[in-house]
Structure formats: C-alpha cells, structure tokens
Design a protein around this ligand. Structure first.
Ligand code: GCU
Length: 395
C-alpha cells in the first residue's frame, strides 16, 4: 500500500545507471520526427515526446473520457482528475505527483511500508528508489460494475504495466507498481479514487522533488498507460528501470502512429486513412465496383462542380504534412480538385487520367494540419466532379 507522506531520511545516493529521460525538443515539434532514434526500423515513423504529448492532450476530450466520476488529485485533494482513452487500449490522465517511498530496497527510508502491491520478476517488492512506478486505486470505490471511476482491472492493466510519464519537457517510462488503499480503511486518509502518486525514482527522473514528506508537485504530470500483456515490463529491482526506459521510444512511436489516424498499417513514412471513413456531398457514393482499392471501397464523389469528399484525419501534433491521395480517373480528362483543410482551401491538384477505373495513381500536396481531428475536403472543380478517391496518406 502506498504511503504518501512518509519521511524520507535517507536520500537515495546509490547512483544507478540512470536511463536519461528524453528531452522534449524545442525544435518545431510538428515536423521533427527524430528519425535518427530509429536505426532498427527506418520505415516506421519516429515520434518525438512533444508530438505525442500534444496528440495525447488533443485527445483528452469529453468524448474520450472513460471516468464518469472524477478522481482526486493526490496532492491537492481536488476532485478534478479524469481519465481518457487517447487511443485503443491507451489511457491518459493529468494530475500532480505525490511521492511513494514504499518497497523493500537497498536503501529504504525508515518508515516506509515494506511491500508494494506488485513485485519484480523475482517476487521482491518494488523498490521505490530504484523503480519508476505509478500508483492506481486498488478497488472500485463505488463498488459497482462498470466502475464509474477508472479501475485498472476493467482496463487490461496489471502489475508492471508500462506507462509514459510526461512532465516539464521530459518523458520517462514507468510501471504500475503500487495501489492506493481501498475505501474500507478507517485509519488513514487514503482513498482509492486518488490519482497522482508515483515512486521516488519516477520523481527523480522527471526532476520533481522526491522526498516522501516535502516532495511532489501539485499539477502538470501526464501519465499514459498502455494496456495488454505485451506492455508488461519484466525484470528485477536491479534492471527494471533500464528495461522500462528501453520501451519509451517504442511507446512514443506506437501511440504517435495510432493517434495519427486510420488504424491500419501505414505504408512507409505515413499513415493512411480510407476515404470510405469520410462523407460525401449529395450525389456521391461509396463504391466497390472497381478493382484494386484498399479498405472496403472508395469514394465516388458526385459528378458536378463542387461535389466533394470529406476525409477525417487525426494527427498527434500541428504541422505541415504531405497528403498523398490514392485515386483513379478512367476517363480521358483530368479531374482537378481543390484540397481544403478544415474549410480553408490549400491548393488544387490535377488528378490526371489513369489507364482505367481499376488503376490507381497518386497525387500529393503539402498542407498545414492542426493537432487532433482535421477534415480534408476534395472538391471537384469541373462538371465531371472529382476522381474516385481510395485513401489519403499523411506523412
Ligand atoms: C464511372 C465509374 C465510376 C466513376 C464515374 C465518374 O461510372 O464506374 O467509378 O466514379 O464513372 O465518371 O466519376
């Protein structure tokens, strides 16, 4: 169980090999994918911490809230912390950080509790001075199912479940290490609705004062939890920190890609969104009567000047992106179309003819996108209307 205000008499002096937190780049976060950080996977997009945090924040919307009752900020006690599903199986909240000093450790403080709820791979309690871990409520405070609060057992989370933690320009990896005391405790002010507690080690890595009595921060910590067994981190108190930090870039890339839209495997260098996820002006249809389309079909916009296809595109962070349309025009004349983003025209693409309606070609344009949801509109400028549109790739 956690102990948020225990006295920390022995400062953790054991300088383990710290996996340095990644700095959030000051460079243009929208366009700076740190490609150099991905030598093993050149084809995959590589996302910076700033990009992913912007995307997470853009997705912390009412529509994506999974807590119907707010949690309590462990530091301020304000009941204003909610949890959001920012991508499939990925949950985020922002709160303060109170310092948990629990865990049997090489250098325990004198009055911590000896056990964390979860153990390392050798069955030892997690050492709060060694392992960056976060704390969640250990039951559903309302005793109802589904829980009106975020309850880890309903969300595919278990011990040592990986999370990204963002604070003040840094990101670290951390794991689910301890739980906040249940609401049937009468002897403490702990409450399983609290959110916003983490270990001494997590605080140290993020530059937050790490004393169990005087440390912590009231606000500004964003925790993004990745559910599922593939995100459970194995290791011992000696190497769990290293093993956890080793997953940070993978998590940034996974989340950056999944928030980028589409949900399908992107081609090299981009994420594709199927046109059939969008909407059409009157007279347009979604068809599947020609060969070679991806997804479940393609957009056949109305044969009229002004006929359009709207395609929803979500990106993690604002920035200039290349939109590459996969299209077909089996006639003998090009199908020029205006490309608009969120109602603003950004240029015209010619969409030249293809060999037939079963043959797909591409046409690309560079446009500014805003963080979060965008609507891409392809509007035919001639009486024939726009070409058939299969998908758009964002890169
Ligand atoms: C044909 C073709 C359609 C296409 C249309 C057009 O009907 O089958 O897929 O959209 O021509 O001229 O736009």
């Amino acid at each position: 169980m956690s102990s948020t205000r225990t006295r920390l008499a022995v400062v953790a002096a054991a300088a383990l090999a710290l996996a340095a937190p990644l700095a959030i780049s000051n460079a243009d976060a929208a366009t700076t994918h740190t490609a150099a950080a991905k030598p093993d996977s050149a084809a995959a997009a590589s996302f910076t911490a700033a990009e992913v945090l912007a995307g997470v924040q853009a997705n912390m919307t009412t529509a994506k809230k999974v807590s119907s009752k707010a949690h309590i900020n462990t530091m301020t006690r304000a009941q204003n912390v909610n949890v959001y599903q920012v991508a499939t199986g990925v949950y985020a909240y922002s709160s303060g950080m109170a310092i948990d000093t629990d865990g049997s450790d090489a250098d325990p403080d004198p009055d911590h509790q000896g056990e964390t709820t979860w153990e390392d791979s050798n069955g030892q309690a997690l050492g709060s001075h060694r392992v960056p871990f976060y704390v969640l409520g250990d039951d559903c405070w309302d005793r109802t199912t589904p829980c009106p609060h975020f309850f880890y057992k309903e969300r595919g989370l278990t011990g040592r479940q990986f999370a990204l933690m963002f604070y003040n320009g840094k990101v670290i990896g951390s794991i689910f290490g301890d739980t906040q005391t249940a609401n049937n405790q009468t002897t403490s002010d702990n409450d399983s609705r609290e959110l916003g507690e983490a270990s001494v080690k997590a605080a140290q890595l993020l530059g937050i004062p790490s004393s169990g009595t005087t440390g912590g921060v009231d606000n500004g910590v964003t925790v993004v939890m990745f559910s599922g067994s593939s995100w459970v981190v194995n290791g011992t108190n000696a190497n769990l920190n290293t093993n956890t930090q080793a997953l940070v870039q993978k998590a940034l890339d996974s989340l950056g890609t999944s928030m980028g839209g589409g949900g399908t495997t992107p081609p090299a260098g981009g994420t594709s969104v199927e046109a059939e996820t969008g909407t059409l002006s009157a007279g347009g249809t979604f068809d599947a009567n020609h060969l070679g389309f991806t997804g479940t079909g393609f957009a056949n916009p109305a044969n009229a000047a002004g006929g359009y296809a709207d395609i929803p595109v979500t990106v993690a962070a604002a920035g200039t992106k290349t939109l590459t349309f996969r299209y077909s025009d089996g006639t003998t004349a090009a199908r020029p179309a205006t490309i608009s983003v969120n109602g603003t025209a950004r240029g015209t693409l010619n969409f030249p003819v293809t060999a037939n309606w079963d043959t797909w070609s591409s046409a690309a344009i560079s446009v500014p996108l805003t963080a979060g949801a965008n609507t891409i509109r392809v509007t035919g400028t001639t009486a024939a209307g726009a070409a058939n549109i299969d998908s758009v790739t964002i890169s």
